[in-house]
Design a protein around this ligand. Structure first.
Ligand SMILES: Cc1cc2nc3c(=O)[nH]c(=O)nc-3n(C[C@H](O)[C@H](O)[C@H](O)COP(=O)(O)OP(=O)(O)OC[C@H]3O[C@@H](n4cnc5c(N)ncnc54)[C@H](O)[C@@H]3O)c2cc1C
Length: 261
């Protein structure tokens, strides 16, 4: 079973500062770690490899320093690592990030499963996993808390919901995003640490991806951060009482007004 795990290097804090000038994350001076949810993705991939054999490839899109995150994944049992890095990727929003990662996944070759964390603790959108699946045109199961069965060309997984869980079956290849309930990540082994030091990290640049240059980086990002601000505290709500018909009419009037109840 060939598994590709997408990991992101993030600042070691959930209290991310935003540069008010550029509206981007301030990363300097903050220690970086592997996104905590991606640690569960790595662990699940390594467990599947231990059970069924195959290859685990970790991949990250980021600056050169993101190599550290890849080496950590190797120390935890991943076999190969790919850094997707190029100035052309700078300023990517989640759309361009997903597109670029999907191109890199295709470049890596044949795979049965792609595993992502459920979300990154800095950007926090939870869009990249589903985005990669969409660009690859493969099925996805998000918020997976347990893989019940996986074989040949089929996966059955429990997907966490607010009320409980769904059981979803999908053909392979498939992309899953995982939640922390799925496993208990291991610590790196000494052998793993030695391997991580020595391993050659493969690099993919924009020219290697067979990608549309206009779909990369800032140019390929349909969303723009125009302003970042702390939302004002919510005012108290207003209860509408009466018959359903009267309430709905009153509600429509209010919504047509200033949206403030
Ligand atoms: C509107 C907008 C504009 C932005 N503009 C900029 C900008 O100008 N400059 C900038 O630096 N950032 C920018 N960002 C942030 C950047 O797009 C995101 O950090 C990135 O797309 C990942 O999104 P996320 O952090 O929400 O990840 P999520 O979608 O929450 O991550 C889910 C999972 O996807 C995988 N994943 C996510 N990112 C990567 C990655 N890079 N490599 C491998 N796997 C990954 C991981 O498995 C992760 O657990 C912007 C974001 C938005 C929404």
């Amino acid at each position: 079973m060939n598994i590709i795990v997408c990991i992101k290097q993030v600042p070691d804090t959930t209290n991310v500062r935003i540069d008010p000038e550029t509206n981007t994350l301030v990363r300097s001076g903050v220690q970086s770690i592997v996104n905590p949810f991606d640690m569960y993705a790595i662990e699940e991939a390594v467990r599947l490899k231990e059970k069924f054999g195959g290859l685990v490839t970790v991949i990250t899109m980021g600056p050169i320093q993101a190599e550290e995150a890849l080496r950590e994944a190797i120390s935890l049992g991943a076999d190969e690592a790919v850094l997707v890095s190029d100035r052309a990727f700078a300023g990517s929003d989640t759309w361009a990030t997903s597109y670029t990662l999907s191109k890199a996944v295709q470049k890596i070759g044949k795979f049965d499963l792609v595993i992502c964390g459920k979300q990154a603790i800095d950007g926090d959108t939870a869009q990249v996993g589903p985005g990669v699946a969409a660009f690859l045109d493969i099925p996805q199961i998000t918020f997976v808390k347990k893989i019940e069965e996986i074989k040949d060309s089929f996966i059955r997984a429990e997907r966490m919901t607010e009320e409980g869980y769904d059981i979803i079956e999908s053909p392979l290849p498939c992309l899953i995003t995982v939640v922390k309930e799925i496993n208990e990540p291991r610590l790196p082994s000494l052998k793993g640490k030695m391997r991580a030091k020595k391993i050659e990290i493969k690099k993919l640049e924009a020219k290697d991806l067979d990608a549309d240059p206009d779909s990369l980086g800032l140019k390929g990002s349909p969303t723009k951060v125009v302003k970042i601000f702390t939302p004002p505290p919510r005012k108290g709500g207003q209860m509408l009482e009466g018959e359903a018909k009267d309430i709905s009419e009153r509600l429509v009037d209010l919504l047509k007004g200033d949206l403030c109840l």
